[in-house]
Design a protein around this ligand. Structure first.
Ligand SMILES: C[S@@+](CC[C@H](N)C(=O)[O-])C[C@H]1O[C@@H](n2cnc3c(N)ncnc32)[C@H](O)[C@@H]1O
Length: 192
């Protein structure tokens, strides 16, 4: 499905505005806190890549257009792959970073199982996501808007219970560093 997320110049223009109005600090936390061997899953146009130390990161995304843009942003290995079927050995990474990705994967449970597999036993998962609203009226609105939103955005679902999905996949969300503002969340998690 092609939408905003798969039109690199449009996504970058939209994101540049969002980052100037607050999201930039959350992105700096997300990617700046990554340590060891890093997988940036759903790296998109590569907005996280400049934060990683040279030689430590690999990016993965199913969109060839996004990977082409990411390649111009940073010299890191980039792999065309979906979260649900990652071409990496068990325990290959110390940190997996997902920035606004679990809203877009087809099968979040399968994706999280793969993330768990490729993370080292003491590894860390770092996420920045938007989630289903805690306000019933707003959640109902998200449900109503979801089909159109998903088409326009190119796969994104606004109404996912991502923190619950992360815990259901066997991760423990760490209270330190977790932030919630409206429907936005940032947090890290380790194997439970
Ligand atoms: C909203 S963009 C986020 C890009 C980037 N992580 C960022 O923070 O700007 C979502 C990205 O997820 C990717 N994506 C969609 N489905 C995916 C899947 N099944 N596995 C991995 N990435 C996926 C899209 O191609 C897109 O690049």
């Amino acid at each position: 499905m092609r939408g905003l997320e798969q039109i690199p110049w449009l996504y970058d223009a939209f994101m540049a505005v969002a980052e100037r109005t607050g999201l930039g600090r959350w992105r700096a936390w997300l990617a700046g806190g990554a340590a060891g061997r890093v997988l940036d899953l759903g790296c998109g146009t590569g907005r996280n890549l400049p934060y990683y130390r040279r030689g430590t990161a690999t990016g993965a995304d199913p969109s060839a257009q996004n990977l082409a843009r990411a390649r111009r942003r940073a010299a890191v290995p980039l792999v065309r792959a979906r979260a649900e079927a990652l071409p990496f050995k068990d325990g290959s990474f110390d940190t997996v970073v997902c920035g606004l990705v679990l809203c877009s994967v087809e099968d979040p449970a399968a994706a999280l199982a793969e993330l768990r597999r490729v993370l080292a036993p003491e590894g860390s998962l770092r996420l920045l996501e938007h989630v289903r609203s805690r306000h019933p009226w707003e959640a109902r609105l998200q449900d109503r808007l979801q089909p159109l939103w998903t088409r326009v955005a190119g796969g994104c679902r606004p109404n996912r219970e991502t923190e619950e999905a992360v815990e259901a996949a066997g991760f423990r969300i760490l209270p330190e560093g977790r932030r919630a503002r409206g429907v936005m969340r940032r947090f890290s998690a380790r194997r439970g």
